[in-house]
Design a protein around this ligand. Structure first.
Ligand SMILES: NC(=O)c1ccc[n+]([C@@H]2O[C@H](COP(=O)([O-])OP(=O)(O)OC[C@H]3O[C@@H](n4cnc5c(N)ncnc54)[C@H](O)[C@@H]3O)[C@@H](O)[C@H]2O)c1
Length: 273
């Protein structure tokens, strides 16, 4: 991997990976429609290239892939939104990234998918890598589409693809739900590096989660690829639960893995689920 492209590089995860992947690969090409200058300077640091491509423009996305060996595709609308916004950024944008990668002979794509692909599973269900999507939002549906694109481009054209169903990336878990789904920035970095470097990768969907005893996911695929998370949400459990005690609870959100995403717009008929 000489040149690694990070889309959505101005976002929360992109900003972290910009730091943790610095020096791992000779060149990081950082792309976003939002300003990317380090410390607001608008300039690339050492080993960095800045790119301002809109993911909706296939010809521009193809140019952005020039000389790229691996892509970390983070650029997206990263929460529930209108269909029009999700369609353009997450559906058309993901297609453009995979198709442009194929056209420019890029070897690998690491795709940032989400736990909201499986957000309508109840919390008492333990899921593995074969779980059929049960999206809790248009956002979750769009990421299931991205996972399917990844499988298609891997099987038909030989791209090496890792889809990471990310729980929540943050310095520490901030509430009870995140005690199950949190992933530390360094564990997230480890998974991204597996996607960029593992010699036997073809196509996998893994869960982006740290070593959490409350996790809802069993992940033999990540283990097989060598993922060994170093951080544990449980180290923060007492603090998190103390802070949350006495706060009002949304009983629908509590039932489902997707939490508030599942409760949002839900008609309340639990009998069918
Ligand atoms: N943060 C999490 O814990 C989490 C959890 C699950 C999944 N994810 C996924 O990981 C990725 C990164 O998450 P994040 O929290 O950094 O999101 P973010 O919203 O902070 O960053 C996403 C970036 O994508 C860019 N973007 C959106 N549309 C674009 C377009 N058309 N062209 C170019 N750039 C565009 C935005 O400008 C933004 O900077 C997203 O795909 C998100 O869905 C994140």
């Amino acid at each position: 991997m000489q040149r690694v492209l990070i889309t959505g590089a101005a976002g929360g995860i992109g900003g972290r990976l910009r730091q943790t992947l610095r020096g791992r690969y000779p060149i990081l090409r950082l792309s976003d429609v939002k300003p990317l200058g380090e410390a607001g300077l608008g300039e690339a640091g050492p080993g960095e290239e800045i790119d301002r491509t809109d993911l909706g423009d296939l010809a521009a996305v193809e140019r952005m892939m020039d000389g790229v060996d691996g892509v970390v595709h983070l650029g997206a609308v990263s929460s529930e939104d209108s269909w029009e916004n999700i369609l353009e950024a997450n559906i058309v944008g993901a297609y453009n990234v995979f198709e442009a990668a194929r056209r420019r002979n890029v070897e690998r794509v690491v795709f940032a998918t989400t736990n909201h692909v499986v957000g309508f599973y109840r919390r008492d269900r333990r899921l593995d890598n074969a779980a059929v999507p049960r999206p809790d939002s248009r956002y979750g549906v769009s990421k299931a589409f991205g996972e399917a694109l990844g499988a298609f481009y891997a099987d038909k054209f030989g791209l090496r693809v890792l889809c990471i169903r990310i729980g929540n990336v943050a310095d520490k878990p901030v509430d009870k739900r995140r005690l199950s789904i949190w992933i530390s920035p360094r564990d997230m970095t480890q998974l991204v590096r597996i996607g960029l470097e593992h010699p036997a990768l073809h196509f996998e969907i893994v869960y982006g989660v740290s070593n959490n005893v409350r996790s809802w996911w069993d992940d033999p695929a990540a283990r097989r690829l060598g993922y060994r998370p170093r951080d544990r949400a449980e180290d923060y459990a007492a603090e998190v639960l103390r802070a949350e005690a006495g706060r009002p609870v949304d009983e629908i959100a509590e039932l489902f893995q997707g939490g508030p995403f599942a409760a949002h717009e839900f008609d309340g008929d639990l009998d069918r689920l």
